[in-house]
Design a binder for this molecule. Structure first.
Ligand SMILES: Cc1cc2nc3c(=O)[nH]c(=O)nc-3n(C[C@H](O)[C@H](O)[C@H](O)COP(=O)(O)OP(=O)(O)OC[C@H]3O[C@@H](n4cnc5c(N)ncnc54)[C@H](O)[C@@H]3O)c2cc1C
Length: 440
C-alpha cells in the first residue's frame, strides 16, 4: 500500500467515525440504556458511510488516481452493503426491543414524520443497493439503472438527514446540529459539483467527431478533436475517458472507453468502440461533425506508471486491445526500444482488430506479437486455444523475470487464467495490472 492510499483510507475512517465520536463525546441524553445508544451509534455510522458513498463515485481525481476508478467503485459497492447493514440493524434493534417508543404504527399517515423519514430512508437505501447488486437479474437497462440509482440514493440521504435532525437525539446541542448541517452541506456541494459544475465545465469545452471508421471485430474507430479549446492535458497511455456522444453532458449518458491513441497524438483522441449493446450497438450512426464531451483522463493501467519496467507484456483479448494500442503507439512515438510481448486472443483471424497496424508497429518496435485463435482458419501455424502458462513460458524469457511488467485486459476468464499463470511463473503481483471493461 502506498502512502497516498493509506492517507485516503485514513481520511475515509476519519469522515465516517468523527461525526459519531463528536456526538457521543457530547452530552448523552439521559434515560437510555446501552442497546439504545448502540443502535444510535450504528445509525450514525451507517449514515456517515452513506454520505461518503457520494464522494466515492464523484470521480475526484486525486482520490481515484492512487487506486484506480475500478477499485474505488468496488469499495463503493461493498461499503454500501456494510452501510445498509448498519442502518438496518439500527432500525432492527429499536423495532425489536423498543417498539413502544417508536409509536403504535408504521403507517406513514399516522406515524410521526421524522420516524417515517427514517423508515423511508432505509427502504430507499435498500432499493438502491438491491437494484445495483441484481441489476442484470432484474433486467434493468444500465442507463435506466443509473438514473434510478442517483434518485434513490439522493432521496434516501435527504430522508435520513431529515430523520436525524427531526428526532434531534444527540443533535440537540448547537455544536452537533452544526456538524450535521455541515455534513449535509458538503454532501449538497458534492451533488452540485458532480451533476452541475462538472457537466457545465464539459459543456464549455466541446469536442467534435472528426472521423468514424469501421474496423475488424465490429470495433469502430471514433476520433475526436477539441472544438475551440486546447483539449486534454497529456494523459498516460492506457488511461480511459468518460465519453458522451450526441447527448447533453448533463444527461448521465457518458460511457467509459480506453483512449486508444497515444498522448503524443494530442489534441486528437481516438477510441476503439465495439458494437455491443444499447449505446455501442449504434456507434456506426455517429457522424463526423457530431458533438462530443469527455471527462478524462482516468485509470492507472499504464506503462508510464511502471517507469522501471525493462520489458512489457500485454495479454489481451478482443476489444481489450484498445489500451494496449495506446501504449504501443506511444512507445513507437517515443522510439522506445524496450522489448514488448503481446499475447492477443481472438476467436477468428478475420476478427483481429488493428491486425494490420499491429504488424506495422512490430517493424518499428521490439515487439513480439503472438496471436492466439480459438477457431483458427485452415493451415494456421500460430497458437490456438487460450492463454496458458505453457504458452507464456514458451515466449517469455526464462525466470527470473524481475523487471517485466504485465498488462492484462480482456474477458474475466482470460485475465483470471493469465494472472494465475503469471503468479505460477513467479511474476510478482505488483508487476501484474488488470483492466476490466466493467465497473463494479
Ligand atoms: C475502464 C473501461 C474502459 C473501457 N474501454 C472500452 C474500449 O476501449 N472499447 C470498448 O468497446 N468498450 C470499452 N469499455 C466497455 C464499455 O464502456 C461498454 O461496453 C459500454 O459502456 C457498453 O454500453 P452499451 O450501452 O452499448 O451496452 P449495454 O449492453 O447497455 O451494457 C453492457 C454493460 O456495459 C456496462 N455499461 C453500460 N453503460 C455504461 C455506462 N454508461 N457506464 C459504465 N458502464 C456501462 C454495464 O456493465 C453493462 O452491463 C470500457 C469499460 C471500462 C470500465
Amino acid at each position: 500500500m502506498t502512502l497516498r492510499q493509506a492517507g485516503w483510507i485514513a481520511l475515509y475512517l476519519l469522515l465516517v467515525l468523527t461525526p459519531q465520536a463528536l456526538l457521543f463525546l457530547g452530552e448523552v441524553p439521559p434515560g437510555r440504556d446501552f442497546w439504545w445508544n448502540f443502535s444510535m451509534a450504528l445509525g450514525f455510522a451507517g449514515m456517515a458511510m452513506m454520505g461518503v458513498q457520494f464522494a466515492l463515485t464523484a470521480r475526484i481525481r486525486p482520490m481515484t488516481s492512487p487506486f484506480g476508478v475500478d477499485i474505488i467503485y468496488l469499495f463503493h459497492r461493498y461499503l454500501a452493503w456494510i452501510a445498509l447493514a448498519l442502518v438496518a440493524t439500527h432500525f432492527g434493534i429499536l423495532w425489536l426491543w423498543y417498539a413502544e417508543r417508536l409509536g403504535p404504527t408504521i403507517n406513514p399517515l399516522q406515524a410521526s414524520w421524522e420516524l417515517t423519514a427514517g423508515r423511508a430512508a432505509l427502504v430507499l437505501f435498500g432499493l438502491a443497493v438491491v437494484t445495483s447488486e441484481w441489476r442484470r437479474l432484474l433486467r434493468l437497462e444500465y442507463g435506466l439503472w443509473r438514473y434510478t440509482h442517483v434518485v434513490l440514493a439522493t432521496l434516501g440521504f435527504a430522508a435520513a438527514v431529515a430523520h436525524i435532525l427531526g428526532i434531534g437525539y444527540f443533535t440537540a446541542s448547537p455544536l452537533n446540529r452544526a456538524l450535521w448541517l455541515l455534513a449535509t452541506l458538503s454532501w449538497l456541494l458534492l451533488l452540485v459539483w458532480t451533476r452541475l459544475v462538472k457537466p457545465l465545465h464539459q459543456k464549455r469545452e466541446p469536442w467534435r467527431v472528426v472521423e468514424v471508421r469501421p474496423g475488424r471485430n465490429d470495433v469502430w474507430t471514433i476520433a475526436i478533436e477539441p472544438d475551440g479549446h486546447p483539449g486534454l492535458r497529456p494523459f498516460l497511455p492506457g488511461q480511459f475517458a468518460w465519453l458522451t456522444l450526441r447527448a447533453s453532458p448533463f444527461g448521465l449518458r457518458e460511457h467509459p472507453f480506453s483512449i486508444a491513441s497515444a498522448p503524443e497524438a494530442l489534441p486528437r483522441l481516438e477510441f476503439g468502440i465495439k458494437e455491443l449493446g444499447d449505446f455501442t450497438g449504434r456507434i456506426g450512426e455517429v457522424r463526423p461533425g457530431d458533438p462530443a464531451w469527455i471527462d478524462a483522463p482516468y485509470g492507472v493501467f499504464s506503462i508510464d506508471r511502471q517507469p522501471d519496467a525493462e520489458g512489457i507484456v500485454g495479454i489481451v483479448g478482443g476489444v481489450g486491445i484498445t489500451p494496449m494500442m495506446s501504449m504501443l503507439r506511444s512507445l513507437t512515438a517515443r522510439e522506445d526500444r524496450r522489448p514488448v510481448w503481446l499475447f492477443y486472443g481472438n476467436k477468428h483471424w478475420e476478427e483481429v482488430a488493428y491486425r494490420e497496424e499491429l504488424e506495422a508497429l512490430a517493424t518499428r518496435l521490439d515487439l513480439r506479437l503472438v496471436h492466439i485463435l480459438e477457431e483458427p482458419p485452415e493451415g494456421w501455424q500460430g497458437e490456438t486455444g487460450f492463454v496458458t502458462r505453457d504458452l507464456l513460458e514458451k515466449y517469455l524469457p526464462p525466470a527470473p523475470r524481475p523487471r517485466l511488467h504485465c498488462f492484462l485486459c480482456g474477458p474475466t476468464p482470460m485475465t483470471a487464467a493469465a494472472e494465475a499463470a503469471l503468479h505460477g511463473m513467479g511474476v510478482k503481483a505488483s508487476h501484474i495490472q488488470t483492466e476490466i471493461f466493467e465497473l463494479a
